[in-house]
Design a protein. Structure first.
Length: 231
């Protein structure tokens, strides 16, 4: 069985070494990049299974690296974990809006590092292999292929966005609290704030375009997916 490939994009050599050593000890294959430019070249040349991305990088900043990775065909669905000394919510929200799947604040424990990487890998491998197709109005979701289309046009979603939409479309009309959606997306084994769900919902609505209204906000509770196009 091939070892999962992790790309570390981090300018601090000591932190890179700490990450690399501990991930290799746990059976991961690791590549390193010290700048955003190097990270983009490495990701395009040999796409990784997970990217650990520092936000404060020389040259191209981490948020821009994240945006470009999401535009590349090779890495548009690759899980991205932001690693940053900035713990403020605006930085986390900005990264999630760019397409990151999770975040980890410095300083972090090696146990947390390994757990985060394994968590996003599990999310990607937990697809329904039977290829169940769910339709809600103009929306079609293939859980086996991790593909979503609206009115026949494919959508480019991050893994977290796909999991969110899958939860809602599997239960149309049901209201989910933010906490429930977090558990569905992460399996309950990662730290994520409820504000992140709002960011993911806003991003999915934007990608749905004129059909973004299918995701309803239930004030004081959470969200639901409801087909009101058949009326």
């Amino acid at each position: 069985m091939a070892k999962p490939r992790v790309l570390i994009v981090e300018d601090d050599a000591d932190i890179r070494e700490l990450m690399r050593y501990n991930l290799e000890q746990e059976g991961f294959k690791v590549r390193e990049a010290a700048t955003g430019e190097e990270g983009l070249v490495s990701a395009r040349k040999k796409p990784p299974d997970v990217v650990l991305l520092d936000l404060m990088l020389p040259g191209i900043q981490g948020l821009e690296v994240c945006r470009r990775l999401r535009k590349l065909r090779e890495t548009r669905s690759t899980p991205i974990i932001m690693v940053t000394a900035k713990g403020e919510e605006p930085d986390i929200v900005a990264g999630l809006e760019m397409g990151a799947d999770d975040y980890m604040s410095k300083p972090f424990s090696t146990r947390e590092l390994v757990a985060r990487v394994r968590s996003v890998l599990r999310r990607g491998s937990s697809a329904d292999e039977t290829g169940t197709i769910t339709e809600v109005g103009p929306l079609e979701l293939d859980s086996g292929r991790h593909e979503v289309s609206v009115r026949g046009e494919p959508l480019k979603l991050t893994l977290a966005e796909f999991k969110l939409l899958q939860s809602l479309s599997d239960n149309p009309g049901r209201v989910f609290t933010r906490a429930q959606l977090i558990r569905n997306i992460t399996g309950g084994d990662t730290h994520i704030v409820e504000r992140n769900i709002d960011v993911h919902v806003r991003s999915v609505r934007k990608k749905l375009g004129a059909d973004g209204h299918l995701i309803k906000t239930v004030r004081g509770v959470g969200y639901k997916l409801e087909d009101d196009t058949a009326a």
